[in-house]
Design a protein around this ligand. Structure first.
Ligand code: GMT
Length: 380
């Protein structure tokens, strides 16, 4: 098939999911066209069956707010026509599904009068935060209802969308996935581990876009408690608005030398693959992709019991869950695990087994392919 994919190209789970999906589909012989304002972060170099089309947003003194969604709709329609795309798949409803809807209408109104179906995948904050803003809610609901197919990345998100948005569409749950060949402990490099933990300390890691919803200061609080009991280091991967608050907290607590802020990183799998525990104390996660990536690398996730996280992590088997803000309990779980090497490794292996059995790309990508086929058949 020829598929147009639109996502936020910046750091964020939805962009990562969209890009990894496009790469997997391309490997399976589909022609993939990414349409966005910048090259998605995990798209690197020339790859067979992958095309990237940049959306130019012209600036004009009158435009305090340059209309990206209109430029995107125009580019979507152009690319679809030029490359004869079978469908568009947009990740994150706002504004991508509105742009796709406009593109579909433009093509229907064009000389060939063709119908271009589009699929919207809901990721989380497009529904739970941004979509609930009154200025976005009606148009988000409208574009979801107008989509030719809608998927959500967890049952939690599907149920919440049905309840809060009162949509009249069926929403199919297709879980996020991880490439289990790339994300593994197989690249466990002792040199890299020694670089972060020269005295063979334990390695904890947090990976996010450092938005308030991630509660990065809770990560520091948990690590502070763990470090008092067990020699350890904390890797913080990513960047965002709460990074400096976390930096200050680490300084205040006198632990900044053991907290390594790595910033935005490529090849995240290499870093995850040398760690022991991932901390994800988020206020809300509709899925928690970082936890899944860690699990595939045999890194035990300690996270909050919120949103779709319990669909990914089974408490006591493939990780631990605690209430939002309960840093003492999360620290206790970490200390217990780090004090018992064989329990730590056994749980790491159990976590990978769950990632392999339920969330490997080789299982999830065919679900998208089948979904696309149904949408295209229904629309022709
Ligand atoms: O969490 C964010 O701030 C980013 C956001 C996104 O759309 O990029 O993440 C959402 O989508 C991810 C990929 O599907 C999910 O793993 C995250 O759980 C979800 N975030 C929230 O629901 C807060």
């Amino acid at each position: 098939m020829k598929i147009g994919i639109t996502c936020y190209p910046t750091y964020g789970g939805s962009g990562v999911v969209a890009t990894e999906l496009g790469l997997e589909l391309a490997q399976r012989g589909h022609e993939i066209h990414f349409i966005s304002y910048a090259q998605p972060i995990r798209l690197r170099g020339e790859q067979p069956n992958i095309h990237y089309h940049e959306v130019e947003v012209s600036r004009y003194p009158l435009f305090d707010y340059p209309p990206y969604d209109l430029a995107l709709a125009t580019r979507m329609a152009e690319v679809s026509q030029l490359y004869d795309l079978d469908l568009l798949h947009v990740h994150y409803a706002i504004p991508h599904s509105v742009s796709a809807l406009l593109a579909r209408q433009m093509l229907a109104d064009g000389p060939r009068g063709r119908r271009l179906p589009f699929v919207t995948t809901l990721h989380g904050t497009d529904i739970t935060l941004v979509g609930l803003d009154r200025s976005y809610l009606p148009i988000t609901r409208y574009s979801i209802n107008q989509s030719d197919g809608v998927t959500a990345i967890s049952n939690y998100l599907r149920d919440r969308t049905m309840r809060v948005f009162d949509v009249n569409k069926e929403i199919e749950v297709i879980y996020n996935s991880v490439n289990c060949d790339v994300y593994c402990r197989c690249k466990n490099s002792s040199e890299l581990r020694a670089e972060y933990a020269p005295k063979d300390e334990r390695l904890l890691v947090h990976l996010s876009n450092f938005r308030p919803v991630k509660r990065v200061t809770d990560v520091i609080e948990i690590f502070d408690r763990v470090r008092k009991q067990i020699p350890s280091k904390l890797l913080l991967i990513g960047d965002g608005p709460d990074r400096s608050v976390a930096e200050w907290l680490a300084v205040q607590k006198g632990i900044h030398e053991d907290v390594l802020f790595l910033g935005k990183q490529d090849q995240v799998e290499e870093k995850l693959g040398v760690c022991d525990i991932l901390l994800m104390p988020s206020e809300l996660e509709s899925f928690g992709l970082a936890a899944l990536e860690a699990m595939a690398c045999e890194v035990v996730p300690i996270a909050t019991r919120t949103g779709g996280v319990p669909e990914v992590i089974e408490h006591g088997t493939s990780g631990y869950l605690a209430d939002v803000g309960d840093v003492d309990t999360m620290a206790r779980y970490a200390i217990e695990l780090l004090s018992d090497e064989s329990a730590l490794r056994a749980m790491g292996k159990a976590a990978r087994a769950v990632a392999q059995a339920r969330f490997c790309s080789s299982r999830i990508v065919p679900q998208y392919e089948a979904f696309y086929r149904r949408v295209v058949e229904r629309s022709s």
